[in-house]
Design a protein around this ligand. Structure first.
Ligand code: HAH
Length: 332
């Protein structure tokens, strides 16, 4: 019973903050879990460009304001997610009046206005921002993901510009580059080179976000450790920003499982235990570990990468009860 288990975030207070993403719904449906077990909150969707800035002259801060107020009321940190990404944008951003791409100068102006408005509004309330999300290519020789309108219109400097605008809007906010497959050696090297280049240019960047969308088979503990070591060598702090531990390999197409098997739950508990032990080892550089969901009933992985494939990747189950994984990361 969650009443009987010790608070997750309190147990980890000597090491790092422990967070989760939230939605307008989970602020209500998962309130008890949020209040008792997490001390950092990230909006799963409502600070993204599309939801928060749907048309050129309108911002919709309703849901973001609500979660920031909740965080304030319950003394939680807030991670801002995310300012510049190739997904979940409002289509107008990249378009001119004829429906074609806008020019570089116009897009830079729009980006600056957006970042300035959003970051200024939450100055003092949001302590860190995922300024640029997922700009690095998954495979192939290119460092940067080629299919991004930000890159296509502005060129590679869209990244440094985003950090400069964010820093100007809130000089106290910690600014992060955030990505997934961050522990996969080829992509890890690209992320490392990108961030090293930014640091060398004096771009205001303070951390790397490791999304950590992992599963019970992958990535290896050695690859995770290697990634942490390499990123940490840049002298930045690291946040684990979107941790979940899927029961399936990425390419597994099975959709017939209604419940996790006992073996899956055990394997997952073992993996969570191992990765949290590793995070504690690096508590000097890792300052926040955020899960991508408070409990298994609200994970994005019920529909990604396979529609309708039920998944159980988090620390609390469908009924919000502690799973074996939670018990194991509390035992040290
Ligand atoms: C993340 N992308 C995003 O950062 C987050 O905003 C969203 O809510 C969910 C996941 C992860 C991702 C991936 O693991 C594989 C392919 C594309 C995107």
């Amino acid at each position: 019973m969650s009443e009987l288990i010790q608070s997750l975030y309190k147990k980890y207070e000597p090491f790092f903050a422990v967070g989760t993403c939230v939605s307008p719904r989970t602020l209500e449906t998962h309130k008890e879990l949020l209040v008792n077990h997490f001390n950092s909150l990230t909006s799963e969707n409502h600070m993204k460009f599309g939801p928060i800035h749907p048309t050129p002259d309108t911002y919709d801060f309703t849901q973001a304001d609500r979660m920031v107020a909740f965080a304030k009321e319950h003394s939680k940190l807030v991670r801002g997610h995310t300012l510049v990404w190739h997904n979940q944008n409002a289509p107008w951003v990249f378009q001119d009046e004829g429906g074609g791409f806008v020019g570089k100068d116009v897009l830079l102006k729009r980006m600056e206005e957006h970042i300035n408005t959003v970051v200024s509004r939450y100055r003092g309330a949001v302590y860190c921002w995922d300024v640029v999300n997922e700009a690095v290519a998954d495979s192939g020789p290119d460092v940067l993901r080629q299919k991004s309108p930000w890159l296509e219109i502005i060129g590679p400097e869209f990244i440094e510009k985003a950090f400069e605008y964010a820093h100007a809007a809130d000089p106290d906010a910690l600014l992060f580059y955030n990505d997934y497959n961050e522990s996969q050696p080829d992509k890890r090297d690209k992320i490392y080179r990108l961030v090293r280049g930014l640091k060398e240019k004096g771009v205001p960047i303070h951390g790397i976000g490791l999304q950590a969308h992992w599963n019970i088979h992958w990535p290896s503990l050695d690859d995770i450790r290697e990634a942490i070591e390499q990123y940490a060598s840049l002298g930045l702090q690291l946040h684990i920003t979107e941790l979940d531990m899927s029961m399936f390999a990425f390419e597994d197409r099975r959709t017939d499982l209604a419940e996790p098997t006992a073996e899956m739950l055990e394997k997952q508990a073992e993996r969570y235990e191992q990765v949290f032990a590793l995070f504690r080892e690096y508590a000097g550089v890792i300052t926040n570990v955020t899960l991508w969901g408070a409990a298994d009933d609200v994970t994005w992985l019920h529909n990604f990468p396979v529609r309708g494939r039920k998944n159980w990747p988090l620390l609390f189950d469908m009924q919000h009860k502690p799973k074996p994984a939670l018990e194991r990361i509390m035992r040290f």
